[in-house]
Ligand binder design. Sequence first.
Ligand SMILES: Cc1cc2nc3c(=O)[nH]c(=O)nc-3n(C[C@H](O)[C@H](O)[C@H](O)COP(=O)(O)OP(=O)(O)OC[C@H]3O[C@@H](n4cnc5c(N)ncnc54)[C@H](O)[C@@H]3O)c2cc1C
Length: 390
Amino acid sequence: MDHLLSSNKYDVAIAGAGLAGLSLAYKIKKNPKLAHLRIALIDPSPKTNNDRTWCFWSKETDCFEDILYTKWESIEFSSSGFTKAFTIAPYVYKMIRGIDFYRYTKDFLKSQEKVDFYNESVVKISESPDTTNTIQCQESRIKADTVFKSYYDKKDFSKDHFVWQHFKGWTIQTEEDCFDPGKAVFMDFRVEQDNETRFFYVLPFSTKQALVEIAVFSEEIPHESFYDPYLVHYIKNYLTGGKYTILETELGAIPMTTHNFIASKKSSVIHIGTNAGSVKASSGYAYKRIQQETDKVIKFMEQNRLYKYRPSSNRYHFYDKILLNVILSGKASGKTIFECLFQNLKPQTIFSFLDEEGKFMNELKVFSAPPSRPFIIGYLQEMYKKITGS
Ligand SMILES: Cc1cc2nc3c(=O)[nH]c(=O)nc-3n(C[C@H](O)[C@H](O)[C@H](O)COP(=O)(O)OP(=O)(O)OC[C@H]3O[C@@H](n4cnc5c(N)ncnc54)[C@H](O)[C@@H]3O)c2cc1C
């Protein structure tokens, strides 16, 4: 633990101090109505590595705008037959590096009164709706009125559609000018699909430096050496025939699931982040949803109410089910679907749909861009499951 404690009783305990946990603690301490609360943050990871980068499209600014690493106003989509570049205004595609976020939020939180960090794992949370909850950590035992829990166990997700989006990326430095720093390669499907959904993205920081990453949707996560030949081949064939140096490696997996994340109304242990369904099931993006979610939690806390996060409306939850049904059953490949979307639609329409903005015309456009037969079958199958409860 970083601070010496006078007591182990807190107003708020945050189990899992990653993106959701640190965003929430930061927003509590920045809020004049809530800053008096005593907070415990519990996480075994010291968060001293750049373990991930978050990219997201946005029309607005948020409270972490100062730590943006870079941003792009244009994106490119490529597949076997075509390459298309788009300007994305009013959106901007933005990147925040994990390490910058961890430093920024932790430095701020450490400068505040009534914040304690416990560098250990939570072993058990014993819930007590009427009295105080107990959080048993590896060494410490903490009590808190409200507990937010962000880490998850895949076993807790139902057997509804589930697929990992797993990836490996290298930040490379080239000798020649190879990249256009004004444009991010959003998706490039010029890679053997092998009955999965596989694509690259290239996020340039300068003409000689970029993060090059391969993402794969599959049920199992392979050994980390799996990705290397694909990365080497892609860099050689599409980026540079010359020499390059690998500066950093990013490796990770995101659960994409249509599990029904509905929180118990009585519980004072509140799920946040990935554990609350903040990862959009059909895209794997979560950064923006986590910021929206933690903003809502703060609004409820201001009114002394407990917030139960509901990540998607029934309608969008159903759309995600259809999309995952179509991709996972092989009715249409991810490559075919994304090719059709980017050949026929503007990225702004796709972003608005993925942001669940509720624009019916956009929804219609998105569902009519890819081949209709797989989606009609997917729709009928999901309707059948809904009606029969199977
Ligand atoms: C490598 C990577 C890249 C990603 N890139 C993007 C992106 O570009 N855009 C996007 O929108 N989303 C992205 N995501 C998805 C998502 O935004 C991130 O996973 C995000 O970090 C989720 O936030 P979280 O708080 O739910 O989980 P995390 O940030 O993973 O935080 C959970 C925390 O819980 C801690 N923990 C685990 N077990 C315990 C325990 N027993 N007790 C206490 N603490 C525990 C972990 O150490 C961790 O710090 C990415 C994910 C990964 C893995």
